[in-house]
Design a protein around this ligand. Structure first.
Ligand code: 26W
Length: 809
């Protein structure tokens, strides 16, 4: 069907008619989108089957990426690109009078994630398939993704995101592969002549049904699988007698309680909350995933002894850490293995990535919740802890304090990060500085015991989505300049450096940025009614709203700039447009106040004639993958201004860099490695270093109030929070004021302010020289190849998973 336009058009019309019983003329955009999606899915079926057959028949080692979040975004266009049929498809549809981009607009974002961690999982799947690596995803098919954000009167309002309302063209329900997951109940021992077995009784049975989504490699024949599990009542377990009795409401309660397991994604990025349902979700998909992996392994392989040579399981943060005791349970209770052997296999199968050092994000489950939910799993965790503490005692005799600090079960809690380190063979951080902090501080004791487990894997992003798809004009220009080899080998972007002094090339680069900015300006007008000038500097901060990411620092700088402009409307500043996008966790009051603050400020500034349009502020609602794809290619300046030591890596920073934005940032996360790539001349650094921040935390010598009293600009801004805020209302932002002063400014906003303003002034000066700015932009693009997730995935495959490419013929 993709051999020629004629055959494509025929196949498309046939599909529409057979699926929807309509002729093309009567079909809506959503009908056409569904038909096209179904066509693609059928088209890749052969390769999907071939990929699986090849993996199974050759007994290839396979890796499964376990993650509570997969922030996929839309799939249609990136699938078409990877298959190499986008142009054919677009042209054929055009001949039928259909615009491909309108069909693409019909697809809902699969928003099954909060932010960086979820999007990273999605980028990794794309890289695995594109590198012909046998690696799959395992997660939850949430009925509702991350909430849809509306801004009402400046405030965030959350609406449910029912992304499945029109069905999902990419998934296949595999009810034949459903497995049972058991919650609660009791565990009884049985003694079979000295051999103990464990019998689990009176549990609640839940049916886990997999929905498979194909993951299509770039121009190869690999189609891997993302398996998402959905929770359903286990009909076999239903007592139909009760349905007819007075107790039938119990059946309804059971149904409700089961279905709630895969109902919604917890929107609690970076704040751990001990919610029972979340813990149930974690065990649910981990148990289902492991059972299905073991089942398919046993179909072809002789002995479970070699399990870890054929299966790698990666846990994305601690959320899936129950994979460790669950694999132990399966190997011992179901397969009859002894502890030692089961432990050896488990540790060598599992590897773990840490994504944060914020202590408030670390998962610690109360035993009172944990034990009744998973009585057998708790016994195993308890035993792991006993053995671990015993080994510690041998190594550090008498050092109770250390053993207590390192224990997996202590203070009435199960410490998930400790379980992850002890029960896996690899622990990695997501940027050099982050891994160093783990080794030297947060996990210092563990590093001392298991130095060989710790390693760094700096994050990456898929250049196929974030450059080729999001910025086709730039991708085209790059190919014109250096050929197309960079597409499969992004390190070759470095060849662009040869054009650093080529004025004509830089002019083209500039023209593309202007086009992207004009397009974003149209979107901003459509969504907010605000007119923004594509000639102004587009200065962008888009990411989850969190105190450590310091959107507030950006805001205070804007307030100061605005004050200066009002005092002197002729002030010689480059016109700027500050663009924000951010969701706040629904329970995170301070973050929600910052959203209101940005919107209030935007309202004041955008309506003020005195400043002659030199300043605009825009908040785009409902930031998500598909919106990021429109914003990032249009950015001149990328704001990566977290308090040093707090952002594990950041991945937005890489997306901006690859699209030619210049970064203003702290030496935090992957910014440090970006700086190594581009140097001082092509990045605007400011602020405390991580060492300085950590030193302040230890010596307690930072005094926010001293800075407040010593800096009139800061005083001016902060007093507006408690005052009438440019006439918008009194005391609207008291909480922000107090977060900065009463708690001594935990994130060093005031401390870094002066140096941030200076960096902003350097940007103002640099932007005036168009050619010089374009050169910086070019160097950022040229040096961004190392931040492709292809590089990251090759490192994981070589150092952690021992996974080899398998070419599908
Ligand atoms: C328990 C609730 C919860 C949920 C999500 C706690 C923590 C998380 C994640 C750690 C949040 C997250 O997305 N972290 C980000 O991961 C990215 C990918 O590695 C990094 O680039 C970001 O720096 C990190 O904040």
């Amino acid at each position: 069907m993709f051999s020629s336009k004629e055959s494509f058009k025929r196949a498309f019309i046939d599909k529409l008619e057979s699926m929807l019983g309509k002729p093309v003329e009567e079909a809506s955009d959503i009908d056409k989108y569904k038909a096209l999606g179904a066509m693609i899915r059928e088209y890749i079926n052969k390769n999907w089957i071939a990929t699986n057959t090849r993996y199974v028949e050759n007994q290839e080692k396979q890796m499964y990426y376990f993650s509570m979040e997969f922030l996929l975004g839309k799939l249609l266009e990136s699938n078409l690109i990877n298959l190499g049929v986008r142009d054919l498809c677009e042209e054929s549809l055009c001949e039928l009078g259909i615009e491909l981009s309108r069909l693409e607009a019909q697809e809902p974002d699969a928003g099954l994630g909060n932010g960086g961690l979820g999007r990273l999982a999605a980028c990794f799947l794309d890289s695995l398939a594109s590198l012909s690596l046998p690696g799959h995803g395992c997660g939850i098919r949430y009925k509702y993704g991350l909430f849809e954000q509306k801004i009402v009167d400046g405030y965030q309002v959350e609406l449910p995101e029912y992304w499945l309302k029109e069905g999902n063209v990419w998934e296949i329900r595999r009810s034949d592969l459903a497995v049972e997951v058991r919650f609660g109940g009791e565990v009884r021992f049985e003694d079979h002549g000295g051999h103990w077995t464990f019998v689990h009784e009176k549990y609640e049975s839940v049916l886990a049904v997999p929905y498979d989504v194909p993951v299509i490699g770039y121009r190869n024949k690999t189609v891997n699988t993302l398996r998402l599990w959905s929770a359903e009542p286990n009909i076999r377990d239903f007592d139909f007698q009760t349905l007819n009795s007075r107790d039938y409401h119990k059946v309804l309660d059971y149904k409700r309680s089961v279905e709630s397991i895969s109902e919604f994604l917890y929107p609690d990025d970076s704040f751990y909350e001990g919610k029972v349902l979340r813990l149930k979700q974690q065990y649910f998909f981990v148990s289902a995933g492991l059972q299905s992996i073991v089942r398919s392994y046993k179909k072809t392989q002789q002995s479970l002894r070699n399990f870890h040579h054929k299966v790698a399981i990666h846990i994305n943060d601690t959320h899936p850490v129950l994979a460790i005791p669950e694999l132990m349970r399966i190997l011992m209770d179901e397969e009859g293995m002894g502890w030692e052997e089961a432990w050896h296999i488990t540790v060598n199968t599992i590897s773990y990535t840490n994504h944060t050092t914020l202590s408030e994000a670390l998962e610690k489950w109360s035993i009172d919740i944990f034990q009744p939910l998973f009585p057998r799993i708790y016994m195993i965790v308890h035993e792991i802890n006993e053995r671990f503490c015993h080994a510690l005692w041998e190594k550090y005799p008498g050092d109770w304090k250390r053993i207590h600090q390192m224990a997996i079960v202590a203070d009435g809690q199960v410490k998930m990060a400790h379980l992850a380190v002890v029960g896996s063979h690899s622990v990695n951080g997501v940027a050099k500085i982050h891994t160093d902090i783990l080794k030297q501080r947060e996990m210092k004791h563990f590093y001392e015991v298991y130095p060989y487990k710790f390693n760094n894997k700096t994050n990456g992003i898929t250049h196929r989505r974030w450059l080729i798809k999001a910025n086709p004009a730039l991708a085209g220009l790059i190919t014109e300049a250096i050929g197309d080899k960079w597409v499969t080998d992004p390190s070759r972007l470095i060849e662009l450096r040869g054009f650093a002094d080529d004025a004509a090339f830089k002019q083209q680069l500039y023209a593309i940025k202007q086009q992207n900015k004009a397009r974003l300006a149209d979107l901003v007008r459509e969504k907010t009614g605000t007119e923004i000038d594509p000639q102004s500097i587009f200065d962008v901060q888009v990411k989850r709203l969190h105190a450590y990411k310091r959107q507030i620092l950006n805001v205070i700088h804007i307030m100061d700039l605005y004050d200066r402009l009002r005092a002197n409307p002729d002030l010689a500043v480059m016109p700027r447009t500050f663009i924000f996008g951010a969701k706040a966790a629904p329970g995170y009051q301070l973050a929600k106040s910052v959203i209101k603050l940005i919107n209030t400020l935007a309202d004041v500034i955008n309506r003020d004639p005195v400043i002659q349009n030199k300043l605009k502020v825009v908040f785009l609602e409902n930031y998500r993958v598909s919106l990021a794809e429109k914003i990032i290619p249009a950015a001149d300046v990328s704001e990566q201004i977290s308090t040093a030591s707090k952002e594990a890596s950041g991945t937005g920073n890489m997306k901006f860099m690859m699209n030619g934005a210049v970064t203003i940032g702290t030496l935090d996360g992957a910014n440090v490695e970006m700086h190594e790539e581009v140097g001082d001349d092509n990045m605007f650094l400011f602020g405390l270093t991580a060492d300085e921040v950590i030193a302040y935390y230890t010596n307690g010598k930072y005094r926010a109030k001293d800075i407040y009293h010593g800096d009139i600009r800061i005083r001016g801004a902060l007093q507006k929070f408690t005052g009438d805020f440019f006439g918008a209302g009194y005391g609207l932002f008291n909480d922000i004021y107090y977060s900065l002063l009463s708690t001594n400014d935990e994130f060093f906003v005031l401390k870094d302010f002066a140096s941030y303003v200076q960096a902003q002034q350097r940007i103002d000066a640099a932007f005036r020289d168009r050619e010089c700015w374009s050169k910086m932009s070019l160097i950022n693009i040229a040096q961004s190849g190392v931040f492709s997730s292809d590089r990251t995935i090759v490192e994981y495959a070589d150092d952690i998973w021992e996974l080899d490419p398998v070419k599908i013929e």
